[in-house]
Ligand binder design. Structure first.
Ligand code: SF4
Ligand code: FES
Length: 276
């Protein structure tokens, strides 16, 4: 017996869908990009991030594509102005207190927030208020740390521990601006599948502690080397400028090249440490 299908129209394309599928699933299966943060194929639907809003059959309000089952003759628009404006507003809201530190983020290049901001986001923030700061390195367990400022509270990690690993080890505590992900027993998130949440996080909020420590150490070595180099080079230039004592100028040059060699070696070591 063949699977019953129904017809829906997404972006003026007539598509066959299976009853029970959501608009987001049908769109994804047919190569139509609808942005999503909290939705994940293997998890229950939270419908909380609102980046997936689409226009349906001239309904006055936009609908979340991840939480809307297809219906016969449904007409969906994912690229109209109203939808684009909603995406801009959601991204504006998510980035309100976000540090936007892509330059030093491990997830840069594979971060949904970075991709969507680039593709759908507004050119600049309309907020003129100072950002609300949150705890940066918040160890959930012995191996995983959370950057609360990068977390977009999509609850993927929380649902993973409820529905896949079934440890119920994570939850979201507090409310509004103060909400954050916390381990059931603070500092003891350590179940057998805990490392998977790093991968399931759509942004760079969850980090392996071992990597954070290595990168911090490498950056320290690099910056120490560069500042010594700058200091010694300045000393050399100063003594050469003073001109009186050639001996000092010579010593300055020796110090300069010595420091340069030291910086290059330490920099290469730091880079190797960061990559390894
Ligand atoms: S840590 Fe990542 S997966 Fe967990 S709620 Fe925050 S953004 Fe979502
Ligand atoms: S993906 Fe639909 S509300 Fe988050």
């Amino acid at each position: 017996m063949s699977t019953p299908t129904l017809k829906v129209t997404i972006d003026r394309r007539e598509i066959e869908a299976r009853p029970g599928e959501t608009v987001l699933q049908v769109a994804r299966r047919n190569g139509i990009d609808i942005p999503h943060f909290c939705y994940h194929d293997k998890l229950s639907i939270a419908g909380s991030c609102r980046i997936c809003l689409v226009k349906v059959n001239n309904l006055p309000k936009l609908q979340p594509a991840c939480n809307l089952a297809v219906a016969p003759n449904m007409v969906v628009e994912t690229g109209v102005e109203q939808v684009q404006k909603a995406r801009e507003d959601v991204l504006q809201f998510i980035l309100l207190n976000h540090p936007v530190d892509c330059g030093i983020c491990d997830k840069a290049g594979e971060c949904k927030l970075q991709d969507y901001q680039h593709k759908y986001g507004p050119a600049e923030s309309i907020s003129r208020d100072p950002k609300h700061h949150k705890r940066k390195l918040h160890d959930l367990g012995p191996r995983i740390t959370l950057d609360n400022e990068r977390c977009i509270l999509c609850s993927r990690c929380v649902r993973f521990t409820r529905e896949i690993s079934r440890s119920n080890a994570l939850g979201i505590v507090e409310r509004g601006n103060h909400s954050y992900v916390e381990a059931q027993t603070p500092g003891e998130f350590n179940d057998a599948y805990s490392d998977n949440v790093i991968d399931i996080c759509p942004v760079g909020a969850l980090l392996p502690i071992a990597v954070v420590a290595t990168v911090a150490q490498s950056q320290l070595i690099l910056w120490t080397s560069l500042s010594s180099l700058a200091f010694l080079a300045g000393l050399g230039a100063l003594s050469a400028y003073a001109g009186g004592a050639r001996m000092w100028a010579g010593a300055g040059r020796v110090a300069f090249w010595g420091a340069a060699a030291m910086a290059v070696t330490a920099g290469a070591g730091a880079l190797f440490g960061a990559v390894a």
